[in-house]
Design a binder for this molecule. Structure first.
Ligand code: GTP
Ligand code: MG
Length: 147
Protein backbone atom coordinates (compact mmCIF):
# COMPACT_ATOMS: atom_id res chain seq x y z
CA UNK A 1 0.00 0.00 0.00
CA UNK A 2 1.20 3.48 -0.88
CA UNK A 3 1.91 5.98 1.91
CA UNK A 4 2.12 9.77 1.92
CA UNK A 5 3.10 12.51 4.32
CA UNK A 6 0.49 15.21 4.98
CA UNK A 7 0.91 18.15 7.35
CA UNK A 8 -1.58 20.74 8.54
CA UNK A 9 0.49 23.93 8.51
CA UNK A 10 0.51 26.51 11.35
CA UNK A 11 -2.34 28.50 9.73
CA UNK A 12 -4.52 25.39 9.59
CA UNK A 13 -3.86 24.60 13.24
CA UNK A 14 -4.58 28.20 14.30
CA UNK A 15 -7.81 28.24 12.31
CA UNK A 16 -9.07 25.04 13.90
CA UNK A 17 -9.05 23.04 10.66
CA UNK A 18 -7.27 19.87 11.87
CA UNK A 19 -10.55 18.03 12.32
CA UNK A 20 -12.02 19.18 9.01
CA UNK A 21 -8.89 18.14 7.13
CA UNK A 22 -8.57 14.76 8.87
CA UNK A 23 -12.28 14.16 8.19
CA UNK A 24 -11.83 14.64 4.44
CA UNK A 25 -9.10 12.02 4.18
CA UNK A 26 -10.99 9.59 6.42
CA UNK A 27 -14.14 10.00 4.37
CA UNK A 28 -12.23 9.50 1.15
CA UNK A 29 -11.33 6.04 2.42
CA UNK A 30 -7.67 6.50 3.28
CA UNK A 31 -6.22 4.97 6.43
CA UNK A 32 -4.34 6.93 9.08
CA UNK A 33 -1.10 5.19 10.12
CA UNK A 34 0.55 7.94 12.19
CA UNK A 35 -0.10 11.46 13.50
CA UNK A 36 1.30 14.01 15.93
CA UNK A 37 1.21 17.70 16.82
CA UNK A 38 4.67 19.23 16.91
CA UNK A 39 6.66 22.44 16.68
CA UNK A 40 9.19 22.23 13.85
CA UNK A 41 12.79 23.19 14.49
CA UNK A 42 14.51 25.35 11.92
CA UNK A 43 16.70 22.38 10.90
CA UNK A 44 13.72 20.09 10.39
CA UNK A 45 11.90 22.75 8.35
CA UNK A 46 14.93 23.42 6.13
CA UNK A 47 15.31 19.69 5.56
CA UNK A 48 11.62 19.31 4.75
CA UNK A 49 11.63 22.17 2.22
CA UNK A 50 15.21 21.49 0.99
CA UNK A 51 14.07 21.38 -2.65
CA UNK A 52 13.26 25.11 -2.39
CA UNK A 53 16.63 26.12 -0.91
CA UNK A 54 17.88 29.22 -2.76
CA UNK A 55 14.47 30.36 -3.98
CA UNK A 56 13.33 33.87 -3.07
CA UNK A 57 10.48 32.59 -0.90
CA UNK A 58 12.57 30.00 1.01
CA UNK A 59 13.27 32.16 4.09
CA UNK A 60 9.63 33.24 4.35
CA UNK A 61 8.50 29.64 3.93
CA UNK A 62 10.77 28.37 6.73
CA UNK A 63 9.74 31.26 9.01
CA UNK A 64 6.09 30.48 8.37
CA UNK A 65 6.28 26.72 8.85
CA UNK A 66 8.13 27.19 12.18
CA UNK A 67 5.78 29.97 13.40
CA UNK A 68 3.51 27.61 15.35
CA UNK A 69 2.61 23.96 15.81
CA UNK A 70 1.87 21.74 12.82
CA UNK A 71 -0.11 18.49 12.67
CA UNK A 72 1.95 15.84 10.88
CA UNK A 73 0.31 12.72 9.49
CA UNK A 74 1.03 9.61 7.46
CA UNK A 75 -1.82 8.22 5.39
CA UNK A 76 -2.08 4.97 3.46
CA UNK A 77 -4.13 3.90 0.45
CA UNK A 78 -4.12 3.16 -3.27
CA UNK A 79 -2.78 6.20 -5.17
CA UNK A 80 -2.84 8.18 -1.93
CA UNK A 81 0.00 10.48 -3.07
CA UNK A 82 -1.70 11.72 -6.25
CA UNK A 83 -5.24 11.60 -4.86
CA UNK A 84 -4.40 13.58 -1.73
CA UNK A 85 -2.61 16.22 -3.85
CA UNK A 86 -5.82 16.46 -5.89
CA UNK A 87 -7.87 16.89 -2.70
CA UNK A 88 -5.47 19.57 -1.46
CA UNK A 89 -5.57 21.60 -4.69
CA UNK A 90 -3.06 23.79 -6.51
CA UNK A 91 -0.48 25.78 -4.51
CA UNK A 92 -2.24 29.11 -5.09
CA UNK A 93 -5.80 29.39 -3.83
CA UNK A 94 -6.52 31.29 -7.06
CA UNK A 95 -5.73 28.17 -9.10
CA UNK A 96 -7.17 25.59 -6.72
CA UNK A 97 -10.33 23.93 -8.02
CA UNK A 98 -13.56 24.36 -6.02
CA UNK A 99 -14.00 21.55 -3.53
CA UNK A 100 -10.30 21.28 -2.78
CA UNK A 101 -9.01 22.14 0.69
CA UNK A 102 -7.07 25.17 -0.53
CA UNK A 103 -9.99 26.49 -2.58
CA UNK A 104 -12.50 25.95 0.19
CA UNK A 105 -10.44 27.43 3.05
CA UNK A 106 -7.39 29.38 1.81
CA UNK A 107 -7.00 32.87 0.35
CA UNK A 108 -3.23 33.40 0.06
CA UNK A 109 -0.46 31.18 -1.38
CA UNK A 110 1.63 31.75 1.75
CA UNK A 111 -1.19 30.50 3.99
CA UNK A 112 -2.27 27.45 2.07
CA UNK A 113 -3.09 25.28 5.10
CA UNK A 114 -1.66 21.89 4.22
CA UNK A 115 1.36 20.15 2.75
CA UNK A 116 1.26 16.91 0.78
CA UNK A 117 4.13 14.84 -0.65
CA UNK A 118 4.44 15.26 -4.42
CA UNK A 119 6.06 11.90 -5.33
CA UNK A 120 6.93 8.49 -3.85
CA UNK A 121 10.52 9.68 -3.28
CA UNK A 122 9.33 12.82 -1.46
CA UNK A 123 6.90 10.75 0.60
CA UNK A 124 9.63 8.34 1.74
CA UNK A 125 12.01 11.18 2.61
CA UNK A 126 9.37 13.28 4.40
CA UNK A 127 7.93 10.37 6.40
CA UNK A 128 11.46 9.51 7.57
CA UNK A 129 12.07 13.17 8.46
CA UNK A 130 9.07 13.24 10.80
CA UNK A 131 8.32 9.73 12.06
CA UNK A 132 10.21 6.78 13.51
CA UNK A 133 9.13 3.26 12.50
CA UNK A 134 7.54 2.71 15.92
CA UNK A 135 5.29 5.72 15.42
CA UNK A 136 3.69 4.20 12.32
CA UNK A 137 1.05 1.54 12.82
CA UNK A 138 0.06 -1.05 10.23
CA UNK A 139 -3.38 -2.52 10.80
CA UNK A 140 -6.28 -3.98 8.86
CA UNK A 141 -9.69 -2.40 8.49
CA UNK A 142 -12.35 -4.73 7.09
CA UNK A 143 -14.03 -1.75 5.38
CA UNK A 144 -11.03 -1.38 3.05
CA UNK A 145 -12.40 -4.11 0.77
CA UNK A 146 -15.33 -1.78 -0.03
CA UNK A 147 -13.22 1.25 -0.97
P1 GTP B 1 3.61 22.14 -0.21
O1 GTP B 1 2.60 21.04 -0.09
O2 GTP B 1 3.66 23.04 0.98
O3 GTP B 1 4.96 21.60 -0.59
O4 GTP B 1 3.05 23.05 -1.39
P2 GTP B 1 3.12 22.74 -2.93
O5 GTP B 1 3.73 21.42 -3.20
O6 GTP B 1 1.76 22.99 -3.48
O7 GTP B 1 4.07 23.89 -3.43
P3 GTP B 1 5.66 23.91 -3.50
O8 GTP B 1 6.25 22.65 -2.95
O9 GTP B 1 6.03 24.30 -4.89
O10 GTP B 1 6.01 25.13 -2.55
C1 GTP B 1 6.05 25.00 -1.14
C2 GTP B 1 5.36 26.18 -0.50
O11 GTP B 1 6.09 27.36 -0.78
C3 GTP B 1 3.96 26.45 -1.03
O12 GTP B 1 2.97 25.74 -0.34
C4 GTP B 1 3.82 27.94 -0.87
O13 GTP B 1 3.33 28.26 0.41
C5 GTP B 1 5.22 28.41 -1.04
N1 GTP B 1 5.45 28.80 -2.43
C6 GTP B 1 5.64 28.02 -3.49
N2 GTP B 1 5.83 28.71 -4.62
C7 GTP B 1 5.74 29.96 -4.27
C8 GTP B 1 5.86 31.16 -4.97
O14 GTP B 1 6.08 31.22 -6.19
N3 GTP B 1 5.73 32.27 -4.25
C9 GTP B 1 5.50 32.23 -2.94
N4 GTP B 1 5.37 33.35 -2.29
N5 GTP B 1 5.40 31.12 -2.22
C10 GTP B 1 5.51 30.00 -2.87
MG1 MG C 1 5.61 20.80 -2.38
Amino acid sequence: KERTFLMVKPDGVQRGLIGEIVKRFEQKGFQLVGAKLLQLSREQAELHYGEHLGKDFFERLVNFITSGPVFAMVWEGDEVIALSRAMIGKTSALDAAPGTIRSDFAVHTNFNLIHGSDSPESARREIANFFSDQELVSYTKVIQQWI
